[in-house]
Design a protein around this ligand. Structure first.
Ligand code: NAI
Ligand code: MG
Length: 503
């Protein structure tokens, strides 16, 4: 069965992807493709076969230093520094066009490297990336200062919104190209230059993306891509005195270490970290929609979403209606290699994540939770990091599986009696990235939206994203807002200019 699926998968690979994977991978520094200074490489793995896809340069502090110097030169002088805002906008728009022209290649690279179904990469990841760059292309000409009505006679005061400078961007593996777009779109629109480090699990789409920059008219040194591991390539970006700001998406643990390390050089920091999002179903909701929504909220991207609806609160009166549907959805999802057209859920990204997520499954059962469905790798798979969609019941608020981010297809179902108290229970977490409520009572929905301590609240929907809608965390889910106008604040600084008009 599995061998057949893998064979189907292989025959589907786009010739351009095959050709790309056959090349010797290099990093992008100052517009040139280079090996790592050390000459070392590491492998990136296809998580459905556990086989190597390519050898990737293993960057270190010396590579980072070269990239930072190139980014500094490109920021201070040369074509990017003198480019008009409208030219910058046109280049970003062109980048979007080029990604769209190569959409199938990018979708396949995401699927091979990350494991997600090709249908999802085609329908969600890549179109969102294209939209994102187009949206920020428009902002390039709209980054404006203000005139300030100061009191001193004869004085004119105005502000300029200037780029921050050289930005270090460290991204995760769950939506590799989309996370790159969230970081680069606003940074480039505002005129910054960048040293970007993709996750070690999924560097391929970023490297292919780097090949489009020149055709888009983005000068050498504006975007530098250093591949490598967190401690050896990520940390040197955070420590480098030539970097003005760090933008990070990933674990709360690494977010904390980045904030502390960045304090030594007082870099600006924006962090998009973990979550344990409450998804609240009231008995007066459309329960069919709510059950389907609850499944999508946790299983989208195999639960590898910072905003996954991992704590599902169901009003007691509706519990016996919602649960069978949720379990039916969970059991119907077809698990397999992302390149197989029949697949609805692929493997987890890596053996580390497989071990981490299955460790939570064991811990939950040890603490007394019941596995209502799922619970590990289905026996038909003898390789690949597959984990079946899993529902925990009989959980208590103090359990590890209820408190900690699992980052896999695992949801805790929690019945509640008191509709007035559920928001408090939903807020009982150190995180605050997202939340959702399902109800037909409009007043109740908006009251809950006000009370939930989360950067995004969805009402009768889940996982809605748009380049124009800000996204980011409350509490230990981080700070700073990506997307929308809000992201311009991350990538600009304000200069106040005073003019004595002599009046
Ligand atoms: P991670 O936080 O270690 O990795 C994310 C990025 O940070 C990668 O590019 C990595 O190379 C880099 N990094 C790691 N250590 C670093 C350091 N000391 N300095 C600078 N950069 C560093 O996340 P990991 O280990 O891949 O996943 C662990 C858990 O983190 C997951 O189970 C999940 O709970 C959470 N996570 C959350 C994400 C989100 O979207 N908020 C994305 C990925 C993981
Ligand atoms: Mg890590």
């Amino acid at each position: 069965m599995q061998a057949a699926a893998a064979a189907t998968a292989n025959t589907n690979i786009d010739p351009a992807v095959r050709e790309f994977l056959g090349r010797r991978m290099k990093m992008l520094i100052d517009g040139k493709w280079v090996d790592s200074v050390s000459g070392k490489t590491f492998q990136t793995i296809d998580p459905s076969t556990e086989e190597s896809l390519a050898e990737i340069p293993d960057g270190n502090a010396e590579d980072v230093d070269r990239a930072v110097r190139a980014a500094r030169r490109a920021f201070e002088s040369g074509p990017w520094a003198s480019m008009s805002a409208s030219e910058r906008g046109r280049a970003i728009w062109k980048l979007a066009d080029l990604i769209e022209q190569h959409a199938e290649e990018f979708a396949q690279l995401e699927t091979l490297d990350n494991g997600k179904p090709l249908s999802v990469a085609r329908a969600a990841d890549i179109p969102l990336v294209v939209d994102h760059f187009r949206y920020y292309a428009g902002w390039a000409t709209k980054v404006e200062g203000e005139t300030i009505p100061v009191s001193a006679p004869g004085m004119l005061a105005y502000t300029l919104r200037e780029p921050v400078g050289v930005v270090g961007q460290i991204i995760p593996w769950n939506f590799p190209l989309l996370m790159l777009a969230w970081k680069l779109g606003a940074a480039l629109a505002c005129g910054n230059t960048v040293v970007l480090k993709p996750a070690e699990q999924t560097p391929l789409s970023a490297l292919r993306f780097g090949e489009l920059l020149d055709d888009a008219g983005i000068p050498p040194g504006v975007v530098n891509i250093v591949t490598g591991f967190g401690e050896t390539a990520g940390a040197p970006i955070v420590d480098h005195p030539g970097i003005d700001k760090i933008a990070f998406t990933g674990s709360t643990e690494v977010g904390k270490s980045i904030m502390s390390a960045a304090s030594k050089t007082l870099k600006r920091v924006s962090l998009e970290l973990g979550g344990k999002s409450p998804n609240i179903v009231f008995a007066d909701a459309d329960l069919d929609e709510a059950a389907a929504g609850a499944a999508a909220a946790i299983y989208f991207n195999h639960g590898q979403c910072c905003c996954a609806g991992s704590r599902l609160f169901i009003e007691q009166k509706a519990y016996d209606k919602v649960m069978p549907k949720l379990i039916e959805y969970s059991e119907k999802i077809s698990l397999g290699p992302g390149m197989d057209p029949a697949t609805q859920m692929g493997p987890l990204v890596s053996s580390e994540q497989f071990t981490r997520v299955t460790g939570f499954l064991t811990a939950g059962q040890k603490e007394g939770a019941t596995v209502a469905t799922g619970g590990g790798r289905p026996s038909r798979f003898d390789k690949g990091y597959f984990v079946a969609p899993t529902v925990f019941t009989d959980v208590r608020p103090d359990m590890k599986v209820v408190r900690e981010e699992i980052f896999g297809p695992v949801v805790c179902a929690i019945p509640f009696k008191d509709p007035e108290d559920v928001v408090r229970a939903g807020n009982e977490t150190t995180y605050g990235l997202a939340a959702a409520v399902w109800t037909r009572d409009i007043g109740k929905a908006h009251r809950a939206a006000r009370l939930l301590k989360a950067g995004t609240v969805w009402i009768n929907c889940y996982n809605q994203f748009d380049a124009a809608a800000p996204f980011g965390g409350y509490k230990q889910s981080g700070f700073g807002r990506e997307m929308g106008k809000a992201a311009l604040d991350l990538y600009t600084q304000i200069k106040t200019v005073w003019v004595n008009t002599g009046a």
